[in-house]
Design a protein around this ligand. Sequence first.
Ligand SMILES: [Zn+2]
Length: 290
Amino acid sequence: MTTTVTVHRLSNLLPSLPVPSDATGALFLLPNSLRFSTSYHPGRSRRSPLLGLQKRTLTRVSAAGWFSGFGAKKSKGAALPEIVKAGDPVLHEPADEVPSREIGSEKIQKIIDDMVSAMRKAPGVGLAAPQIGVPLKIIVLEDTKEYISYAPKNEIEAQDRHPFDLLVIVNPKLKKKSNKTAFFFEGCLSVDGFRAVVERYLEVEVSGLDRNGHPIKIDAIGWQARILQHECDHLDGTLYVDKMVPRTFRTVENLGLPLAMGCPPLDSFKEALVSAVVWNSNFRFFLGTT
Ligand SMILES: [Zn+2]
């Protein structure tokens, strides 16, 4: 009886949860026309070392989805993972390094392939392995002329955004190359339907290994530098909401609304933010079809 009463009271106290729009989950704002629905879930499982991936506690749903690629018999048509959402421990804990001898293995190569496919399917411009439930230090990113074509020209310039080919980086290490920063709204496939302003360095250097295990180094500026910082944060168990400018968090539907009084009154902040808001207001037009 006591339990029943408690549950009843709790349910009365629960606020209405916002319903994320399926049209707004892409990292860095891609239009709805590029999005597709996903149909399976990675499940909720604790992180485990590389060689223990098969030992994860699999839910029935996850076993039928992406994890079926790990040793279990793969069911026809269930090839891609769904993006893990905020709250799953795998997104809030540091990922493990990939032993270099493992990079060429079938498992790691499949993880990379799945990440690339999941990123493109979402679609997004970057993805970290924890976002498909894999607690390993692997990121993928790419930005295309097509994606960029959906953004207003002034915003592309403000963000210093340029297309780049697919990058796969294993065990990335990121260093800032200057103290210059910029404030822009960003989003995350794991925090679907929301955005917030995040301060990021404008120039970074990322070194690591490519998918063949060869050393690589990327000097990135502008939007690519932001994507790299966002993805490397994932590998530290950090989501953008952990470092966003307070009180800028909002639904995609509210992107065009004014910021709260008291947000940092820095000139660079205001310029960047005004630009971002204008951009996002325009983007809402694209989203208006949903
Ligand atoms: Zn993300």
